[in-house]
Design a protein around this ligand. Structure first.
Ligand code: MG
Length: 378
């Protein structure tokens, strides 16, 4: 039997964080929670602290409930990311605020189970540079990247010809661009297959999520962008495919359940019971795949372009997208305005060095530029 792993979770009250705690709850003999950090949901964090008895629980913003014993302050998130008792840090923060805690956890020698794709998009070179020859310290939690990671196990990266990321296509699959003009926040949040937080659900509707995932895969697996492709697979059963030099393809399949990707990352290289419910292959019958509609979903090509430009361009793409999604959710921007804003901001970025200071400065610039562009759209 394996040893007990001690877990810290950043973003414990969100969709991924609560599902990580489901995995811990299922395997109390294997995982113990030592530290938790959450954004502003103090009630939920207090409940989690009661149940899991972490050594430290930090509420980033707002007042902790009276008598809860929660610590508070955004600056203390890094204490959770680097907690001396933690072996594995689950980073389930939303947005590029996840970058600095990811770097801090790796610098402290932790293994990181990364659900925060934005930290690899914004700071991929920085994050991967921290790993040196210990690439096994970074484990993907995104379902597509968990799939690719599992397909690559035991194979040589040099033999990879293509990586295919599958996309459900989101709630607007099959619509032409003209049919996306008036879609509402409620329609964008109604994802057909995955249960996720609001930001990533909108990213799935624009398909920017798949663009961000392509950049994430590029960094995680060291594969050039022109060897990464997106294929639409509405049922979300095959999560990723690796094609090797000899033409052989390996694919990973399961019911769409993030708890499987979390469990794989936490337990790797072991396989624990109680993961996804088994697939009933005869009942599935067929697996459909279709091409991406690049005209309806230009966000994917924008992400590939940002990655090809390199430097701080991916960070700018991501920050502009975060601002545009927030504006859409706040009903200050229309749906097609999201990629429009990102394209405008990206095309006016002069570029810069992808150092931590360079990335953070580029993000500040991109957020300000995005707000100006959003205000200009009528
Ligand atoms: Mg994903």
């Amino acid at each position: 039997m394996g040893t007990m792993k001690r877990i810290a979770i950043l973003g414990s009250t969100g969709s991924i964080g609560t599902q990580a705690l489901d995995v811990v709850r299922k395997h109390p003999d294997r995982f113990r929670v030592v530290a938790l950090a959450a954004g502003s949901n103090g009630e939920r964090l207090a409940e989690q602290a009661d149940e899991f008895a972490p050594l430290l629980a930090v509420l980033a913003s707002g007042e902790p409930p009276a008598g809860s014993g929660l610590a508070s302050g955004a600056e203390r998130i890094v204490e959770v990311a680097t907690h001396p008792e933690a072996d594995v840090v689950v980073n389930a923060l939303v947005g590029s605020v996840g970058l600095v805690p990811t770097l801090a956890a790796l610098d402290a020698g932790k293994r990181v189970a990364l659900a925060n794709k934005e930290s690899l998009v914004a700071g991929g070179d920085l994050v991967m540079g921290r790993l040196g020859d210990r690439a096994d310290r970074l484990l993907p939690v995104d379902s597509e990247h968990s799939a690719i990671f599992q397909c690559l196990a035991g194979n040589r990266l040099g033999d990879v010809r293509r990586i295919l990321l599958t996309a459900s296509g989101g709630p607007f699959r099959g619509r032409a661009r003209a049919g996306l003009a008036g879609v509402t926040v409620e329609e964008a949040l109604a994802h057909p297959t995955w249960r996720m937080g609001r930001k990533i659900t909108v990213d799935s509707a624009t398909m920017m999520n798949k663009g961000l995932e392509a950049i994430e895969a590029h960094h995680l697996f060291g594969v050039a962008m022109d060897r990464i492709e997106v294929v639409v697979h509405p049922r979300s059963i095959v999560h990723g495919i690796v094609e090797f030099a000899d033409g052989s393809c390996l694919a990973q399949a399961s019911r769409p359940d993030m708890r499987l990707a979390l469990q794989v990352a936490l337990a790797w290289p072991e396989r624990l019971g109680g993961g996804a419910e088994p697939l009933d292959w005869p009942a599935i019958g067929s697996l459909e795949f279709e091409p991406l509609d690049g005209a309806a979903f230009p966000a994917v090509a924008l992400a590939f372009e940002a990655a090809r430009l390199g430097g701080t361009h991916p960070a700018v793409l991501n920050a502009a997208n975060e601002e545009a999604v927030a504006a859409f959710l706040g009903r200050r921007l229309d749906f097609l305005g999201i990629p429009w804003v990102v394209e405008r901001v990206l095309s006016s970025h002069a570029g810069g060095p992808p150092t931590l200071e360079g990335v953070l400065e580029a993000e500040r610039w991109a957020r300000a530029a995005a707000m100006r562009v959003i205000a200009s759209r009528t």
